[in-house]
Design a protein around this ligand. Structure first.
Ligand SMILES: N[C@@H](CCC(=O)N[C@@H](CS)C(=O)NCC(=O)O)C(=O)O
Length: 238
């Protein structure tokens, strides 16, 4: 069986990592059996979670893992999409994973000390108290450099949140009144959207971008729909 290496569950959502959440959602939507192995990024072949182990191979990156699974099990989500729908799906995934994702990283690692304490407890709580703060603070410097490298970290918080609101407006307008982003059936785009959106509006990291996401009833309803249909054990706890 596939072993899915990801962060331990916390915050009542499938995962505090957008990409781990995306990949587990893909596995649930497609019905591919898997077992979870709790892990941390230094154990991953490319230093980032998630990764999978299957038939003696280790594969990193949610996108590359999904490509591997599509080859092995067939395209269970996107086979009926037209080329132009597939093009929109790729563009939307890039918005979610290469832009909105970084805005949420900014809210966790940089925006307020309260958010940082919440984030630190969730990720580094497994470390012994004596080294927890040192490891967390070193990692914080490392992640803040990544946010700076992306470019977002160079803006004022108001500018960052303007970008975030524009991303959420685009997602909400595109979803409109459909149950899933491409219509009546879930597709790959929904796994990416759920991973990022649930980590924006359903986690205890407060910011104007979370408030804006919560003001979009269709985005809230979308996350609730995936939670109740595909993660009923977590939904029941809410
Ligand atoms: N493109 C990768 C991104 C994975 C990623 O950024 N993972 C984060 C957690 S959300 C991570 O492990 N970061 C650790 C690090 O950068 O040191 C994917 O789709 O899997």
């Amino acid at each position: 069986m596939i072993k899915l290496h990801q962060f331990a569950r916390t915050w009542g959502i499938p995962n505090l990592s957008h990409f781990c959440c995306k990949l587990e959602t893909y596995l649930r939507l497609t019905g591919i059996p898997y077992q979870i192995v709790e892990s941390m990024p230094p154990k991953a072949p490319k230093g980032k979670l998630p990764f999978i182990e299957d038939e003696g191979k280790k594969i990193s990156d949610s996108d590359l893992v999904i490509r591997y699974l599509v080859q092995k099990y067939g395209d269970r989500l996107d086979a009926s999409l037209s080329p132009s729908q597939k093009a929109i799906s790729v563009a939307m995934q890039r918005l979610l994973e290469d832009h909105l994702f970084w805005i949420t990283m900014y809210t966790r690692w940089q925006y307020t000390e309260k958010n940082w304490r919440t984030n630190k407890a969730a990720i580094f709580g497994v470390f012994p108290p004596l080294i927890r703060d040192v490891v967390a603070n070193v990692y914080r410097v490392f992640v803040r450099r990544q946010i700076h490298g992306h470019g977002l970290g160079r803006h004022s918080s108001e500018e960052v949140f303007q970008f975030g609101r524009a991303d959420l407006d685009a997602l909400s307008d595109f979803l409109c009144d459909k149950p899933y982003f491409m219509g009546h059936k879930p597709t790959l785009l929904d796994t990416s959207a759920f991973g990022v959106l649930v980590n924006t509006l359903a986690c205890p990291i407060e910011s104007p971008v979370k408030a804006h996401a919560l003001s979009k009833q269709n985005l809230v309803g979308f996350c609730q729909r995936i939670m109740s249909e595909y993660f009923p054990e977590l939904d029941a706890k809410q």
